[in-house]
Design a binder for this molecule. Sequence first.
Ligand code: HAM
Length: 439
Amino acid sequence: MATLKAVRGTRDLLPPETALWNHVEATARAVFARYAFGEIRTPIFEDTALFARGVGEETDIVSKEMYTWEDRARADSDSAQSLTLRPENTAGVVRAYIEHKLADTGMLQKLFYIGPQFRRERPQRGRYRQFWQIGAEVLGPSWSGADSALRDAEVLEMLSTFLNELGVKGWRLEVNSVGSSTDRPRYIAALREALAPVKHRMSADNQRRAETNPLRVLDSKAPEDQEIINGLPKIADFLDDASREHFAQVLAALDACGVSYTVNPRLVRGLDYYTRTTFEFTVTDGSGLGTQNALLGGGRYDGLSEMLGGPKAPGIGFAIGEDRLILTLQAQAEAEANGVAERKLDAFIAPMGVAQNAGALALAQELRRAGLTIEVGDGSFRLKKSFETADKLTRRMVILGEDEASSGILTVKDLITGEQTKVARADLKDFCAAASLSS
Ligand code: HAM
């Protein structure tokens, strides 16, 4: 029989690597909390219309990458609802903002999320069909200050702090402004006009995008497209005064906080909802990722809430590709330097004979309650097997035989020096804890 495997583009995360994932998530939670963010958890699947309207029909995500199915109430029912595994979380957060009337609080909402997203992309290193994002959204009514350039800079400064606290080396921040919802159509019209006479010389993908979504032409990495792209009109020349001023304020606040950045006039990003500030963080060296892989991306949006039937709620957000961040940390070998090395056991308890199993478990319970990390063997193991198993896990083995059980004096063997010590049961936790500190 053929063995079953994880589906292409999905993967299992196993220990000890999961310790690094937990460290990254714990760091995100700790850093985001200092900036007054709270956690939101939205469902993993939603009505397909949410993404079609929220992310945009013409985006790559909606047009070809979603996992969508017809969900019938009953097998024989004709009525079906179209559902989709979330390809990103911004649309879900804005839906929840509307559904729970968070606007009524009048307060700026600062929400973060950590969870899997699903896109039917061609799998490769750093690109999966189920991948994890750590993201956040800052949104609210205009009077809550949600429009302010201060928020853009705050989010970017928070991300730089997060990457620095994790010890990511060589990150680069690229920023741009894609203008207001009135600037963009003027720019898109100009792009279309400029592309019309030259698009036949571009890659097949770009010929299609030139028709459907000209902004995405700027994203192309195809070498044959670069010269043409460099000659196209720049969004910066189409910004109205308010957008220009907003972008200048973002950059000034980044300067004031000492966050370094590069303005990349081609950075438009692939989702329809962006207005004004857009950004990406990449890792230039030692990331283990190809150059095409952004570590994280995001931007400002205005109109998304209205598109989903809600009140005006401008916002800014980002999503970090957690898989890519982990690959980067591993490639940069930061894990150990940050003390994320797998926690070593404090002791291994070896029951001598099945009759000692229950007592061994009770002893383990006592030591674990005292905060020690303990593994228990099994009374069916021969002594040699107990030694071999303990040796792979720790340097201390506690022997629990009939004599030890009745006398309350246990034998602790140091597996490196070979030394055996008799320790009273009541002193065992202090003995193991002290020995762990010195080993
Ligand atoms: P996005 O650029 O589509 O933006 O994704 C953000 C990040 O998720 C990417 O920079 C990348 O690191 C990671 N990512 C995307 N697709 C994959 C994949 N197939 N495998 C591994 N990692 C991937 C968004 O999703 C927006 N919702 C971000 C946002 C929030 N904008 C405003 N608020």
